[in-house]
Design a protein around this ligand. Sequence first.
Ligand SMILES: [Fe+2]
Ligand SMILES: [Fe+2]
Length: 201
Amino acid sequence: MTELTYHAQIFPGTRQELIDRISQQLRPKRFQHVLRVEQTALELAEPNYVDLERASIAGLVHDYAKQRPDADFIAAIKDYQLNPELLHYGNAIWHGVVGAELIKRELHIYDEDILNAVRHHTTGAVYMTPLEQVVYMADYIEPARDFPGVDEARAITTKDLGAGVAFQAQHTLQYLIANGLPVYPKSLETYNAWVPRYHHQ
Ligand SMILES: [Fe+2]
Ligand SMILES: [Fe+2]
């Protein structure tokens, strides 16, 4: 278990203080997931030249807002004048896109790379920085994840982070469609930006 000491003043406090803030927001099961995502993000960060402090913070905060009531998100969408289209979606989308705004205001983390990693962690995005890719993949393959294909996802991601992004984008879309679930347009954009590219290499 890697325990970083924070130096860069990205979060105004220690790693332990950040962890305490997050544990107040999440039930134990979700909190344990968050700790595993942080560790997986750190493992992916190193070979991909991603800043370890950012990987730690982004991993820790990515689900910060996951257990907030819908009313908090709806108020935030209105108060912060976010895209009103967001009102048609639910927690799955809100905890990333709107969650980033809550992280900014409540945790005083203003690093846009970290905030975008949170915003994009469920849907992916057309353009994703290495940090965003690391968090997107860490959430998908952390050690407790168990779905058909997870070992393949881990192997691909270890070899080539971008190929992992393409794998997740394809499989998530397949899952949504196979189960008759709504596809957020951003997930489709992510698919188009990443999947054909990696299949025709
Ligand atoms: Fe999440
Ligand atoms: Fe997560």
